[in-house]
Ligand binder design. Sequence first.
Ligand code: B12
Ligand code: SF4
Length: 468
Amino acid sequence: MARVLLVNPQQGSRGWGSGRDPLDLDDLLPHHGLAQLAAVLRQAGHQVALLDLRLMSGWEQARQEMAQAGAQVVCVTARTQDAAEAARCLAMAAQAAPEALRLAGGIHFTMSPQEALEAGAHKVLCGEGEVSLPALIADPDSFPDISWGEPPDLDDLPFALRELLPGYRRNLLYPIWSLRPPIVDLLTGRGCPWGCRFCCGPGEKNLYTRPSPHDPGKRIPFLRRRSVDNVMAELAELWERYRFGGIIFQDDQFLIDPQWVSRFCRAMHQAGYPRRKVGWWAACRADMICRHPEVIAEMRDAGLKVISIGFESFSDELLDWLGKGTSSDINRRAAAICQDLGLEIFANLILGAPREDGVWHREDDQAGLEAIREIGPTYFSHSFLSPIPGSRMYNWAIDRGLMLHQEHAQAGSRRPGRELLRGVNYDELRRMLAPTVARYRKFWRPRLGHYAYRLRCWRMAKAERKGA
Ligand code: B12
Ligand code: SF4
């Protein structure tokens, strides 16, 4: 059996060490893909360790830890935003653990496997890893340099090994939105059936795939959901362990199949979570909310507290070009449905997006900001359009010469405040945005909950020291 080191090359939101004192979702949460791979590897009898760059003080510490891990296999994952760090981790492994087998995977290397080979990976496993990674470790020579992982039956998988992330128990106490800590997060399925032009949806459809039954050389999207029983079993295990007060469902879209959601809501009642006042967060499309308001009501009764809606824009021209399949009217009706049900809305808006002609129209963003003022969602989250690799907009933006930066760290990020496209007047955009940002600043500023969190962490560390 092998010693396997899983590497998360993710950069913390405040740079090195952000994961040791997390104040942002990006710093808090375990990498689910790696936590899932860890579970299957451990089940197969391997020794698994994690090197998470968010916890490191710099490259030197990362190198030392990699060398000390004595790994026989180093597995590096990558999302586009972290692809440069992932490449550096592969190169570092070649020096710090020269005998180890270097493997690469994850959405970015699935889309660009050659990049991983050039950075020093011996093999790249595209797509999902649970079934094929143990086989690859057992017999690497039987795999070509680039191969596809066999997609797993999600109900057959062991539950993700979250505690591989040091500090996970402490991170659960972090107050997120109005959810009550401890807060756990999980996924109930893989992928999204829609294909919005700005989103890495097509990339995901390359990731979650299976061979076509008609043409085995071709891969087709394989989006799927776990059974309700399987999700409930994971929640039961998490409940036993952490007695959570909040749940974040990390799926791209929670309401895809209304019947599945209704069954799930009944199961939540049977398990007693609404009675215990467990609140949850989930993302739903505006058109699905309008089409199935009764399901949203069931979700509310089963504990849904915060609903994240990707409004993206309130300009019909822009929504058409973004390929969102919604309209300004649908967005407003969805918001009204959720507010009538007493749900807190987490509103997402994309700003700085040019239309099909490549020109940014300030009135598009003006309309969005006005709509936010009128609707008054509980939370407001905005990003400046970033045509990320894997999205349909990426090549369009490159062909039109719109991209200001093509490096992965810039192009793969949707964080607000980054100037990404030629022709967008970001100064004007920031001026337009300032009053809205000011109104919502209180949600992002440390609040009383943060101090309570820090106190609990301090007590936890003290108790641990005493125990030790
Ligand atoms: C949940 C989530 C988040 C959470 C992360 C929470 C967490 N606990 O991990 C939060 C909200 C923090 C987040 C943040 C961001 N996210 Co996000 N996120 C997701 C989401 C919805 C699910 C990810 C997931 O867990 N998938 C399930 C696991 C099992 O899949 P996986 O990680 O890909 O791993 C599997 C395979 O890839 C493979 N694999 C992975 N690594 C390796 C390594 C080896 C060696 C092998 C063999 C195999 C292998 O095996 C795994 C098991 O099958 C995805 C969309 C999606 N449905 O995947 C977007 C997604 C990954 N995010 C995306 C983006 C853009 C971001 C942000 C950059 C947004 C921003 N702030 O600007 C940040 C960046 C964070 C970062 N630096 O990593 C994009 C990435 C696009 C891209 N080209 O990289 C996605 C695809 C969404 C989209 N459609 O646009 N995200
Ligand atoms: S933006 Fe949302 S609905 Fe559209 S493809 Fe991406 S995840 Fe799916």
